[in-house]
Design a binder for this molecule. Structure first.
Ligand code: PEP
Ligand code: MN
Length: 337
C-alpha cells in the first residue's frame, strides 16, 4: 500500500509514520515529490491494521497497491526514474542509443565499431562476451577476453559499455569491466541471476522474456530492485507470436503500458525484435514515436561475416542513416539526441 501525505505535511508526522511501519518489521520507501510525499510500504500490511494511520492529520489517503510488484510500481514512485550509466542518463531528457555487435569477435572488430557508432551519435557500446545461443555448437563468445576489449573500447572512446551476463561467474568478471549488466530475454526469470545482478549495484538492462507478460517482466525487475539496486532499465525486444515473417513480434504497446505502470525507463531493441535488417529503421522510428527512452541497435563492420545475428545487424552507413532519421523525431518527442 502507499500512504499519500497532504501537501506540506510536517516532517515530524512523516517520521512518525515511518517509525510505525518499521516498528512492525515492514519497509518504508519514501518518494519526495515536488508537492507531496508518498510512503510506500513493503511487507505484510495486515500488521498495520490496528494502526489507523488515516487519522493522522497530515495523511491525505491510503491506497492499496494490488500489483505484486511494488518498488517498480509507478504508484510507489510517481516521478520517472533517471538511471545513470557511466556519464549517460536514461529516462530523462536524453534519447540514448546503445549499439554494437551481437558478439565481441575481436579487438579490431570492437574498436572499429565503437568509433563508428560514436560518430553516428550512440552513447553506449553493446557487445556480447557470453552468448546464449540456441545451438550449443554456435559461437559462444570470447568471455573474459571479450570483456577486456569492451573496457579498452570504453577507455579509447569514452562510451559507456554494457554486456550480457549469463551466470554468477560472468557477473563476477563483468563488474571489473563494464558500466551496465544486461540480463537477456532467456534469463529474464532466472531469479537467482536477477538477485546476484541486483547485489552488484551496477545498472541493469533487463530484457523482456521471449514469452513474458508485462506483469512478469515488472516482477522480474522487482527482484533486482528488492536487492537495494534501483538502477533498472527495461528493454522491449519482441515476443513470441504465431507470426513468422519477423524473428519476433515487437510489442510496441509495451512502451506506453510500462510508462503507465512503472517509473522505470524503457528502451526498444528492433534488431532482435525483427531479425531482419531492412525492418530495423522503421521500428526504431516507431519506438521513438511511442515515447521510448532509447534504442538498442546491432551493428557490425561486415554483417555478412558476423559470428552471430548478421542478418539483423546494420552496416555503419545504415546505422548513420537510422540515427539521422531519428534525430528530428526524438526532438519532437522532447528528447535530446
Ligand atoms: C542480445 O542482446 O544479444 C541478445 C541475445 O538479446 P535477447 O536476450 O533479447 O535475445
Ligand atoms: Mn544478438
Amino acid at each position: 500500500m502507499i500512504i499519500v501525505m497532504k501537501p506540506n505535511a510536517k516532517k515530524e508526522s512523516i517520521r512518525n509514520i515511518i517509525q510505525i511501519i518499521e516498528g512492525k518489521g515492514l519497509t518504508a520507501h519514501i518518494s519526495d515529490g515536488k508537492e507531496v510525499t508518498i510512503i510506500g510500504v513493503v511487507g505484510d500490511k495486515t500488521k498495520l491494521q490496528d494502526q489507523n494511520l488515516e487519522i493522522s492529520e497530515d495523511v491525505d489517503k491510503i491506497v492499496p497497491v494490488t500489483e505484486s510488484y511494488k518498488l517498480a510500481n509507478k504508484k510507489f514512485h510517481p516521478q520517472p526514474s533517471v538511471i545513470k550509466v557511466g556519464n549517460v542518463t536514461i529516462g530523462g531528457e536524453e534519447f540514448v542509443i546503445m549499439s554494437g555487435p551481437c558478439a565481441v569477435e575481436s579487438r579490431e572488430q570492437l574498436l572499429e565499431t565503437a568509433h563508428a557508432i560514436k560518430k553516428a551519435g550512440a552513447r553506449i557500446l553493446r557487445g556480447g562476451a557470453y552468448k546464449p545461443r540456441t545451438s550449443p555448437y554456435a559461437f559462444q563468445g570470447l568471455e573474459e577476453e571479450g570483456l577486456r576489449f569492451m573496457k579498452e573500447a570504453r577507455e579509447e572512446t569514452g562510451l559507456a559499455v554494457v554486456c550480457e551476463v549469463t551466470s554468477l561467474a560472468a557477473i563476477e568478471s563483468a563488474v571489473k569491466y563494464v558500466d551496465m549488466l544486461q540480463i537477456g530475454a532467456r534469463n529474464m526469470q532466472n531469479f537467482y541471476l536477477l538477485k546476484e545482478a541486483g547485489k552488484t549495484g551496477l545498472p541493469v538492462l533487463l530484457k523482456r522474456g521471449l514469452s513474458a507478460t508485462i506483469d512478469e517482466w515488472l516482477n522480474a525487475s522487482e527482484y533486482i530492485i528488492a536487492e537495494g539496486n534501483p538502477n533498472v532499465v527495461l528493454c522491449e525486444r519482441g515476443i513470441r507470436t504465431f507470426e513468422t515473417a519477423t524473428r519476433n513480434t515487437l510489442d510496441i504497446s509495451a512502451v506506453p503500458v510500462i510508462k503507465d505502470k512503472s517509473h522505470l525507463p524503457i528502451i526498444v531493441d528492433p534488431s532482435h525484435a525483427t531479425g531482419v535488417r531492412k525492418y530495423v529503421k522503421s521500428l526504431a522510428m516507431g519506438a521513438v514515436a511511442v515515447g521510448a527512452d532509447g534504442l538498442m541497435i546491432e551493428t557490425h563492420p561486415d554483417p555478412a561475416h558476423a559470428l552471430s545475428d548478421g542478418p539483423q545487424s546494420l552496416t555503419f552507413p545504415q546505422f548513420e542513416e537510422l540515427c539521422a532519421g531519428i534525430r528530428p523525431l526524438a526532438e519532437l518527442m522532447g528528447k535530446k539526441f
